[in-house]
Design a protein around this ligand. Structure first.
Ligand code: PEP
Ligand code: MN
Length: 338
């Protein structure tokens, strides 16, 4: 429920409304805004009886929220959220387009180090690399797990680049948080609610990928789990959805970038690698995401894609990625002139 106050409402009217909200066992969230003062009610698991608020001084309107999410919506938080990674790097709002790049999986120290050094040299702020890999087949490379985390964090520190990796189970959240700057929730785990709650208890930024067949509503409801635990640092990542089409690995649903930005204040980035599954489609889709207003992109890059242990066919080599990075920069500059 949202309680919208009159422009002329006094501070004490707002306080009374907040007190009434607590007295019926819910939590009040102040929603600041130039246009209006509103108070959100959270903690309820269904319809809230608004009788106690009827006739209270200063109230303009009571809106019952029927969506399965509140905190992630612009109704409850009108201004863009800007997520800070490692203190300085920002994503969201009017921040520069954020590039995250690196191999699908951390394979060994040399591969990770070479990639990190290359990315650092060309000014990419965040290195990706999976240590725990959610593979469709149990016979595929499953990731180096703890060893992969060690490699990623030591390389990140040595090279001076931020890091992100996927966390697949609630028990690993503590360990993974000690090693990287951003926790990634993969598409297959978008609805692993215990995992979402666990990352919500940390103060690490979380990259939440859209599930393979998840609707926008389900995706945002998953983000809500993280915010409800007290962690507002969530970045949404569209990575393609499963459709009848098999010519591409997934169907790149670029329309959700604009759509989600209208509904939610959270940053939205795009992953053209998993969205297409094909190296030759990655550059055009990455550029399309810039044009669509994405806040950033996560792109798989490997020193030797032909011999990658996972997702080689969709990984760019260094030369291909450097070219794309320049094109992204140019397009970003052009978009600002429009
Ligand atoms: C990945 O980023 O390597 C990955 C497994 O992605 P997704 O969860 O989107 O399939
Ligand atoms: Mn991958």
């Amino acid at each position: 429920m949202l309680i919208v106050m009159h422009h002329s409402a006094l501070g004490k009217d707002v306080e009374k409304v907040k007190k009434t909200i607590s007295s019926i066992g819910f939590k009040a969230v102040a929603i600041p805004g130039a246009e209006r003062t509103a108070i959100g009610v959270i903690g309820n698991q269904g319809w809230v009886d608004d009788t106690p608020f009827r006739g209270m001084k200063g109230i303009l309107e009571i809106i019952h929220v029927t969506k399965p999410y509140k905190l992630v919506s612009r109704d409850f938080h009108p201004a863009d959220t800007v997520v800070k990674i490692g203190g300085k790097t920002k994503v969201g709002g009017k921040s520069p387009f954020l590039l995250i790049a690196g191999p699908c999986a951390v394979e060994d120290r040399k591969q990770t180090f070479r990639t990190a050094r290359f990315l650092k040299k060309i000014g990419v702020p965040v290195l990706r690399g999976g240590a725990y890999k959610p593979r469709t087949s149990p016979h595929s490379f499953q990731g180096l797990r703890e060893e992969g985390l060690e490699i990623l964090s030591s390389v990140g520190e040595e090279v001076g680049i931020l890091t992100i990796t996927e966390v697949m189970s609630p028990e690993h959240v503590g360990l993974v948080s000690e090693h990287v700057d951003v926790l990634q929730i993969g598409a297959r785990n978008m609805q692993n609610y215990d995992l979402l709650k666990e990352v919500g208890k940390t103060r690490k930024p979380v990259l939440l990928k859209r599930g393979l067949s998840a609707t926008v509503e389900e995706w945002l409801a998953s983000a809500e789990y993280i915010l409800l635990e007290g962690n507002p640092e969530v970045v949404l990542c569209e990575r393609g959805i499963r459709t009848f089409e098999t010519a591409t690995r997934n169907t790149a649903d670029l329309s959700v970038i604009t759509l989600v930005k209208a509904i939610s204040h959270l940053p939205v980035i795009f992953d053209p690698s998993h969205a297409t599954g094909k190296r030759n489609l990655v550059p055009s889709m990455a550029l399309a995401s810039v044009a669509a207003g994405a806040h950033g992109a996560m792109i798989e890059v490997h020193p030797d894609p032909e011999h990658a242990l996972s997702d080689g066919p969709q990984s760019l080599n260094f030369r291909e990625f450097e070219r794309l990075r320049k094109q992204i920069g140019a397009l970003e500059g052009f978009m600002k002139t429009l």
